[in-house]
Design a binder for this molecule. Structure first.
Ligand code: NAD
Length: 356
């Protein structure tokens, strides 16, 4: 199979970690006789330096014309004082919007070899954590009308949270389909005791649940979810929720594993075109030192194979290779433990590729 991948390495450690993900993809291509064609596009600070904008129109077209997009990370102190309209993060929002990426998938998996890194007690995480948060990405309060004005002699602000039924239905389908491919358990998170948008959310999810009788479906309030994620994270398989709740809960969940360099993510559209990236930022403090952990990016590439290219076996190969490398006690410095051997970023990429 031949696939076109637009690569947005970005800033800081972005180019270092993306290089390792591509090393691993090339190994997969060789093993399964696929061809991955890479087109590199500047994004974020490096694009601002070269072109004065965080992504050019031409770069955006290359994203739209690809079969999928692989991103490192953008930003850094050098561009913190740029005007808001050309900040590095603007490019990410623009790509999400232009590609119609309405579904954000964030798996949170605790690798048992790294259980010591979790801030939770062994009695809580001992059985492992393996959950997927499906977050709606292009609606809700982040995209609603907002205003700050003077009213009744003082300042006054509002932000509107709104959802159409079709927006809820399409993210709901992504979540039910995802649950079908995992342990067939779905928790829909809302605040239906207070919000009208949540009541519509719940009604729509219930309607969808009738189409997926194999999925064990439940509703849970967002405040209770925040608590349950700490108390008993193993109870969850797939969680689906609206934009702002998902933003907050996915950060909370990712911290349960204690290792930000390990976590991948996918942003999906209504076609097979998606964008795949680690959840961390550009880590300017360690950029250029070849010590970053590339595993989050490598696992993002695995998600790309699974969700955009329908290459489940190839994705399994990458995930199994990561697991093997950890079992062989190889670590990057962020996840280093006593008795293990420390690898650089590029050595970790070599080791994962060698295990495929
Ligand atoms: P960060 O995630 O870049 O770094 C937080 C800490 O985690 C740092 O100590 C860093 O060294 C460490 N870290 C992160 N990734 C690592 C990895 N792969 N291996 C080893 N250690 C790793 O968050 P920050 O410092 O708050 O942000 C730095 C820059 O990244 C900012 O400009 C921010 O706006 C940007 N950012 C970008 C994205 C994105 O591109 N999607 C996301 C978050 C932050």
């Amino acid at each position: 199979m031949e696939k076109k991948i637009t690569v947005l390495s970005g800033d800081g450690i972005g180019p270092e970690i993306v290089r390792e993900a591509i090393k691993v993809l090339d190994k997969i291509a060789h093993k399964y006789n696929h061809t991955f064609k890479y087109t590199y596009v500047d994004i974020g600070g490096c694009s601002i330096d070269k072109f004065g904008v965080p992504i050019t129109d031409e770069g955006m077209e290359k994203c739209k014309g690809a079969d999928s997009v692989l991103l490192g990370a953008v930003g850094g102190p050098k561009w913190d004082s740029c005007p808001p309209s050309i900040r590095p993060e603007k490019a990410l929002l623009a790509v999400r919007k232009e590609l119609g990426l309405f579904a954000n998938l964030r798996p949170t998996k605790l690798f048992l070899q790294l259980a010591d890194s979790s801030p939770l007690k062994q009695s809580v995480v001992g059985n492992g954590i393996d959950l997927m948060i499906v977050r709606e990405l292009t609606g809700g309060i982040y995209f609603g009308e907002r205003k700050t004005e003077e009213k009744n002699g003082e300042m006054y602000s509002y932000d509107v949270m709104s959802y159409y039924e079709h927006e809820i239905e399409r993210i709901g389908r992504v979540a039910f389909d995802c649950a079908m491919k995992r342990n067939k358990k779905l928790a829909s998170v809302d605040k239906a005791n207070v919000l009208d948008t949540s009541r519509l959310w719940r009604k729509t999810m219930h309607r969808l649940s009738e189409e997926y009788p194999q999925v064990e479906y439940s509703d849970i309030l967002v405040d209770n979810t925040a608590m349950q994620l700490i108390k008993n994270p193993a109870q969850f398989d797939v969680i689906v929720t609206e934009n702002m709740f998902g933003d907050i809960l996915s950060d909370e969940a990712s911290m349960l594993t204690g290792s930000i360099g390990m976590m991948p993510s996918a942003s999906l559209s209504s076609t097979t075109l998606g964008m795949y990236e680690p959840i961390h930022g550009s880590a300017p403090d360690i950029a250029g030192m070849n010590i970053a952990n590339p595993i989050g990016t490598v696992l993002s590439a695995a998600m790309m194979l699974r969700y955009s290219f329908d290459m489940a076996k190839e994705a399994d190969d990458i995930e199994n290779a990561v697991n093997s490398v950890l079992n062989q006690n190889y670590r990057t410095s962020d996840i280093m433990q006593e008795g293990c051997r420390k690898l650089s970023c590029s050595e970790m990429g070599d080791m994962i590729a060698a295990n495929i």
